[in-house]
Write a protein that binds this ligand. Sequence first.
Ligand SMILES: Nc1nc2c(c(=O)[nH]1)N[C@H]1C(S)=C(S)[C@@H](COP(=O)(O)OP(=O)(O)OC[C@H]3O[C@@H](n4cnc5c(=O)[nH]c(N)nc54)[C@H](O)[C@@H]3O)O[C@H]1N2
Ligand SMILES: Nc1nc2c(c(=O)[nH]1)N[C@H]1C(S)=C(S)[C@@H](COP(=O)(O)OP(=O)(O)OC[C@H]3O[C@@H](n4cnc5c(=O)[nH]c(N)nc54)[C@H](O)[C@@H]3O)O[C@H]1N2
Ligand SMILES: [Mo]
Length: 697
Amino acid sequence: MSEIAARFNAIKANHGGESIVYYGGGGQGNHLGGTYGDSTLKALGVKYRSNALAQEKTGEFWVQGKMLGTGVHADFEHCEVAVFVGKNPWQSHGFARARAVLREIAKDPARSLVIIDPRRSETADLADFHLQIKPGTDAWCLSALVAIIVQDDLIAREWIAEHATGLEAVEHKFSRIPISEYAERCGVPEGQLRAAAHRIARASSVAMMEDLGMQMSVHSTLGSYLQRLVWLLTGNFARKGTNNALIPLVAIDAASKGNSLGKGDKVEKLSPVVGAKIITGLVPCNVIPEEILTDHPKRYRAMLVESGNPVHSMADSQRWRDAMDALDLVVVIDVAMTETARLAHYILPAPSQYEKYEATYFNIEFPNNYFHLRRPVFDAMPGTLPEPEIHARLTEALGALKPEDIEPLKAAAQQGRMQFAQMFFMAAMSNPIIAKLAPVVLYRTLGPTLPDGAAAAAVLWGACHLFVQGNKDAAAAAGFVGDSFTAGEKLFEAVLENGSGFVFSSSDYEHSWNRIKLPDHKVNLAIPEMLTEMEKLTEPLQSLADFPYILSAGERRTDTSNTIIRNPDGYKKERQLALRMSPHDAGALDLNDGERAILTTRRGSATVSIQVSDMMQAGHISIPNGLGLDFSGADGDVRRVGVAPNELTSLEDRDFLAHTPWHKYVPARVEKIPCTKLRSRDVQLQYRARAEASTLE
Ligand SMILES: Nc1nc2c(c(=O)[nH]1)N[C@H]1C(S)=C(S)[C@@H](COP(=O)(O)OP(=O)(O)OC[C@H]3O[C@@H](n4cnc5c(=O)[nH]c(N)nc54)[C@H](O)[C@@H]3O)O[C@H]1N2
Ligand SMILES: Nc1nc2c(c(=O)[nH]1)N[C@H]1C(S)=C(S)[C@@H](COP(=O)(O)OP(=O)(O)OC[C@H]3O[C@@H](n4cnc5c(=O)[nH]c(N)nc54)[C@H](O)[C@@H]3O)O[C@H]1N2
Ligand SMILES: [Mo]
């Protein structure tokens, strides 16, 4: 800790805290630890942060901010019509009881399921309307749906007159869209588009959600805008079965900005080297290597990585490795020896999510929202430290937090929480360090007094008090009543006591309007940047002669789990790792099911095994996400199965506004391995070299 602190302090002294970049803070189920990371960042004066949200959701966040100013929960459980754009919830979930809810909708003749996906996914298989677009053409499909709603006058006019602004600009734009031409561009029969648009407009309630299939393609941010127009023009907000403004305990976007416990430092608007837009406090992942591999004076010189594996997960692993090599200091906090950790100067090992207190901030239910502080079920491995302890020790080693700062608070915590609260607010007034480093201050002072070793929950004490102050009614409706201190304490007690989770917020549908943070609580339909961006739809999509297929690099399948499950023993069957290809394309290339082939993109090449699948349309191929991981077994051998998708992707292919990658639109080619020629030693060596470069099996 002292070595790491000394090296960070030296970099800070020479180049400022802005030369240190923080990546990560939480994965799929672990967000509690990252809350404490905030203290280390404040101690170091870090200004630039990023995490995986900045390669998928930042375009959506930006649009959401312009149209609503709030996150929404799509109520699939109660909707009449469910619409999914580039999302396969059968595998990826994303809402409660996903498979059960999908089956319920599919079985009920009064309800409909609409899926926009080039692939006949497991979810599309259940759909009433599968709009099987050509890959990358969501913007045409969604524009056509909006244009049908406008041109056939299916707009919820009264509702919009009362609740929305900007209709005129939208009508003006979409009344001119040539629907037949757009239908052709996306490859969906016009009649089917019209039927789907009318079904949506006629429904008493529509819930709609987008995900990676569109967000990681060529019209990511534009698609997020068009998607919202579909349900907003038809009045599907703030009612049961529609889309409603959720109330989080700790907002994931606020946590990303470092202000989960109140106001954070001023957030930068542009990244220092590339000048890329910073959305919800996050530098776009695709520009980070460019921000490092330069002699620009403001380049990042050091990186702290926590619960993230950017070398494997972000676009262009090759450039990420180069970037890591160029840094003066890389420190990784993780539970596994990851591809990123292998390149670090220091690794701080943490206990797994079963071995410590943990929580997720993906709490997106409505009208009742749930929180769950998970308890450890196994002892931690020797030599590990939970993240709150790591960050407390780091801030202390950095010299930012001194014992005398927290002595009075420690004493007050022994007397009771009322005394502690009073002392905390007094201390915060007199000593700026207390508010600045609040998470580790709470951990070191309140933490040790919490029952059952729940010190890691200390930061949630602050979160609970802020929540009841900001959301009195929603907290009271969930049973947290009394003056603000009492209600906050009750909520915190509930966090500690309910080992299986509990409702912390209860709201009604109408309340969604209050959460719209725009003038008069009205929805905004017109975003000028997006209406301008629509001009690009007159141009065709890029197609490259040498790369006739569009590769979806990273599909969620039954066995994939981002990079969380490393042990290759889980993948018994080759099919789980395979490249999926349509029978038509396999026939044209003379490839059989199970045969090996070479997959090549502009960035790299890999040996794949082929799965001939009628899920795929001609011209579209896909490989699973999260494979090609290095696993060190007990024998010390490193094993790897499957293709690491980001050896094949590039940094430059990214959204014009949010800079999110085009992982679902990677031009590629597939070549049969010429078996007869393999007998020639040269060719054999050549293929072996290529295969080893990409997949070590
Ligand atoms: N089992 C499992 N579940 C997970 C995860 C996991 O690793 N494993 N990861 C989690 C994470 S981090 C996320 S972000 C979510 C992601 O969840 P999803 O977005 O549902 O996952 P994907 O399979 O990557 O992509 C969804 C669909 O996009 C389609 N698609 C490909 N190209 C296009 C296109 O051009 N347009 C459209 N409309 N669709 C296209 C694919 O065919 C696929 O069916 O899943 C979460 N859930
Ligand atoms: N080509 C391509 N690339 C993709 C995708 C794709 O579809 N295609 N999907 C993208 C998406 S949507 C996402 S969200 C990212 C995810 O990519 P990452 O942000 O890298 O996240 P994960 O793979 O979920 O795992 C993060 C790390 O957390 C570690 N970890 C697990 N539990 C703990 C813990 O308790 N403490 C600590 N300190 N560490 C822990 C794991 O070992 C792992 O190294 O990948 C992206 N990459
Ligand atoms: Mo994700």
